[in-house]
Design a protein around this ligand. Structure first.
Ligand SMILES: Nc1ncnc2c1ncn2[C@@H]1O[C@H](COP(=O)(O)OP(=O)(O)O)[C@@H](O)[C@H]1O
Ligand SMILES: [Mg+2]
Length: 261
């Protein structure tokens, strides 16, 4: 297993010394009888983009939900900047771009409302935005180039724009860890490139980014490192190494080699 050190330590990490941004240790998750994660371990450093690769049902979304603290592991431990997922969530450390299937796009909220949700944690019970909240939302919308769509209902955006709205929510929140669950699914190449550029900027600013994708061709350009998941982490290393046919075959079966052994 290859471990890479960050050249951009995020400030939040310094308080706890050498704690990785995300540390998943021997995590096992079942849904009833279904095994989703089996002794999965993964450590991510600040300032890096990590691509998460694995076939449908391999546990990618479950891994995201475990880091978010939405799903509790049966066994094992998750740490985000040295704290529990619950603490990280309270502090707004983790931003989450869910898989499209998990979102009710008819919900009557505007793009601006979605981004403002990133500020709720700091607002208290009244949830009345202050000037600083409006400013943060505006800045986040600018960053993802959605300013002119701010008043649209969230469902009225293109696939790529919806993803950017959720990234803006994470930016407004001040998240230092961003989890993106298949943000390129059903998105055109241009949107994918825009998103990739944005993620690189955020990583350069010190964010830690974990992103699941089926676009293996774009992986070396998108990500600094890659993880092959099949309920457990089969491999974590350089994208070019992870993409070697014999490694992909471990995670996807031999058909990925185009029928050739
Ligand atoms: N809420 C759930 N209830 C029951 N089984 C689930 C649930 N979510 C996921 N699973 C099962 O857990 C396994 C891993 O799913 P998931 O984490 O969604 O994988 P991926 O995102 O890689 O497709 C699959 O077998 C899936 O059917
Ligand atoms: Mg999934």
């Amino acid at each position: 297993m290859l471990r890479t050190m960050s050249t951009h330590p995020f400030p939040a990490a310094s308080a706890s010394g050498a704690a990785p941004a995300v540390d998943v240790a021997d995590v096992t998750v079942h849904y009833g009888d279904v095994l989703a994660l089996n002794n999965a371990s993964l450590s991510l450093e600040s300032g890096r983009i990590c691509g998460l690769i694995g076939m449908n049902g391999s546990g990618k979304s479950t891994l995201f939900k475990t880091i978010m603290g939405i799903v509790r592991p049966d066994r094992g431990r998750v740490r985000v900047h040295g704290g529990s997922p619950a603490e990280a969530r309270r502090r707004g450390v983790v931003g989450y771009v869910p898989q499209s299937e998990g979102v009710d796009w008819d919900f009557p909220v505007s793009v601006r409302d979605v981004v403002m949700m990133g500020r709720y944690g700091g607002m208290g019970l009244t949830r009345r935005p202050k000037a600083a909240d409006h400013e943060a939302v505006y800045a986040a919308l600018e960053r993802v180039e959605l300013t002119k769509f701010a008043d649209r209902q969230i469902g009225q955006l293109s696939g790529g724009q919806k993803k950017r709205a959720f990234v803006a929510r994470g930016i407004a929140q001040g998240a230092s860890v961003l989890l993106l669950d298949e943000p390129f699914a059903g998105v055109d190449k241009r949107s994918e490139a825009t998103m990739s550029r944005l993620l690189r900027e955020l990583a350069d600013d010190g964010a830690t980014i974990l992103i699941s994708t089926h676009d293996l061709h774009a992986l070396p350009e998108l990500a600094d490192e890659a993880v092959l998941l099949l309920h457990r982490v089969l491999m974590h290393g350089d994208p070019s190494e992870v993409l070697q046919a014999e490694n992909l075959a471990l995670a996807f079966g031999l058909d990925v080699l185009g029928g050739k052994a």
